[in-house]
Design a protein around this ligand. Structure first.
Ligand SMILES: [Zn+2]
Ligand SMILES: [Zn+2]
Length: 510
């Protein structure tokens, strides 16, 4: 059974309503690994829905968290913003209402494209609207007990005078944890800037620390399941302290945990060629069609680590997806493959299609995209080279999405060896006499060959064999002649994407 169904069954056995929760502090561009969290949460949500359970799904944007440091991507003037809540720091590019919005918006758009649509909740608003008031009051009154739980779980010595609260200073805008007293609803504090005064816990004038706030959200919303990075799941980590705070302070049961492993980069080309940045979640979706990306996460158990190769690895990921897709529609999957089919099903941003979609291999699109600039041009080339007579509207959409990803990949992450241009003039390359004779015979043959990848490949290969030549030598000569390189795409298919007259003319120029 697929892991999402296993978790859903466990949750159903526990009974009641279900609430899946996930979230992030948007302090910078969001790493592709964070997409795993949303994809995992959404899978459990979908599995529960499929089984008819009463389930809701929320995404908490931790907008009230302070900026921890001036990250390398921030201008120097952001030095003065460190320590302030990110919902009140300006957008670094001036295009959003706040710092938090600037970084969360592209991420929410990205998960939207994956068909993941949780209810979005902003943590700073929860505080402002007084949603946390009762809980904050409780932890302030029970602060000694809270401190001893945190001390026991983490093994760290807690400060003598621990208060599970930081006040937001109205003078400097930063959080201060120098609390000197509490009398509902006011927390008295002294700030390092010299300000001394009261923070009203009903009005969002301060917040709980992370380890206390996380389980406070479980309590507030009634969260029953939450995926989180394995660092939080370590012994003594924040899930452990959350469990104890839930049971001993908040009087609720903690959610069912789904710890997940990180996504690691593999291979070369993990840097964006023009920005020099690592691949973000948004980049991953620009180069990998949404259902393919979701599938490549869902096929593995959350506890297994995933290598993500934004270079040549993308081609294999798409091929693998196409294989499973074909199996889904054509049948014949064995027991082991059934989980892959379920992963395919859950990975769809909307309903599964009624029949096998048009599958144009990514590898083919990589060549076609470099020959034709327009979508119509690409469609024409594909129809000719793959003998596809008609392409349905739905398939056009799939194709357009794929082509968009391929083009982005070529610009941003594709390794040098797959980039080439077909020059309109014969490139200045050496062709030997023997090769020239071969090319001349091949040219004759190609005037009559059916213009498809396979047939052209056969013509190239058989002509070489008949002349007692190494096919490899002939392939290399043709690469030189067409793209002035020593290697290239699959030659038969590649030539079939070019116009026959153009190919014949170039061959005659050899
Ligand atoms: Zn912005
Ligand atoms: Zn201050």
């Amino acid at each position: 059974m697929h892991w999402a169904d296993v978790i859903a069954n466990t949750l159903i056995e526990r009974g009641g309503k279900h609430l899946i929760s996930t979230g992030i502090t948007p302090s910078g561009s969001i790493h592709v690994g964070s997409l795993r969290e949303s994809i995992t949460a959404n899978a459990v949500y979908k599995a529960l829905k499929d089984k008819g359970a009463d389930v809701d799904f929320i995404y908490l944007v931790d907008s009230y968290d302070p900026l921890r440091k001036r990250y390398p991507f921030l201008p120097e003037c952001f030095e003065k913003e460190v320590g302030k809540p990110i919902c009140y720091i300006p957008c670094p590019d001036g295009c959003h209402a706040s710092y938090a919005e600037h970084y969360i918006t592209p991420f929410l758009n990205a998960i939207g494209e994956l068909g993941i649509k949780p209810r979005i909740i902003w943590t700073h608003k929860l505080y402002e609207e007084g949603k946390f008031t009762e809980i904050v009051d409780l932890v302030l009154r029970e602060r000694t007990k809270v401190a001893s739980i945190l001390g026991e779980v983490t093994g760290r010595k807690m400060p003598e005078n621990f208060w599970p609260f930081s006040a937001e200073c109205p003078q400097c805008g930063m959080f201060s944890d120098k609390i000197t007293g509490y009398d509902f609803p006011y927390v008295h504090f002294k700030c390092h800037c010299g300000y001394e005064g009261d923070a009203d816990i009903r009005k969002g004038e301060g917040k709980m620390p992370w380890r206390v706030e996380w389980p406070a959200k479980w309590k507030l919303f009634g969260v029953t399941c939450e995926p989180f990075g394995k660092d939080h799941a370590a012994a003594g980590g924040s899930y452990d302290s959350g469990v104890r705070l839930c049971r001993e302070i908040y009087g609720v049961e903690p959610p069912y945990p789904v710890p997940y492993e990180f996504i690691q980069f593999k291979g070369k080309g993990q840097m964006h060629k023009s920005t020099g940045n690592v691949v973000t979640g948004t980049d991953a979706l620009l180069i990998t069609p949404a259902p393919v990306l979701a599938f490549s996460v869902l096929r593995y158990n959350p506890e297994r680590h995933i290598d993500y190769d934004p270079g040549m690895g993308i081609l294999d990921i798409v091929d693998e997806f196409d294989k499973v897709e074909a199996l889904y529609f054509n049948g014949g999957a064995d027991d082991k493959e059934k989980d892959l089919l379920r992963a395919y099903e859950i990975a769809q941003p909307s309903a599964v299609r009624s029949r096998l979609p048009l599958q144009v291999p990514y590898r083919h699109l990589v060549s076609v995209a470099q020959i034709s600039d327009s979508f119509d041009g690409v469609v024409k080339v594909l129809q000719r080279s793959m003998s596809i007579p008609e392409i349905s509207g739905e398939d056009m959409e799939v194709l357009e999405q794929r082509l968009g990803c391929v083009r982005h990949w070529l610009n941003a992450f594709a390794p040098e060896e797959v980039l080439y241009t077909v020059s309109q003039e014969r490139p200045d390359v050496e062709i030997t006499e023997e090769e020239r004779a071969y090319i001349s015979v091949l040219r004759e043959r190609l005037t009559e060959t059916e213009w498809t990848g396979d047939k052209i490949h056969d013509a190239i290969y058989n002509t070489a064999k008949e002349r007692g030549m190494q096919p490899k030598v002939c392939f290399l000569a043709l690469y030189r002649l067409f793209i002035a390189r020593r290697s290239g795409p699959r030659l038969g298919f590649f030539l079939s994407t070019l116009d026959r007259d153009f190919v014949l003319k170039r061959l005659s120029e050899a």
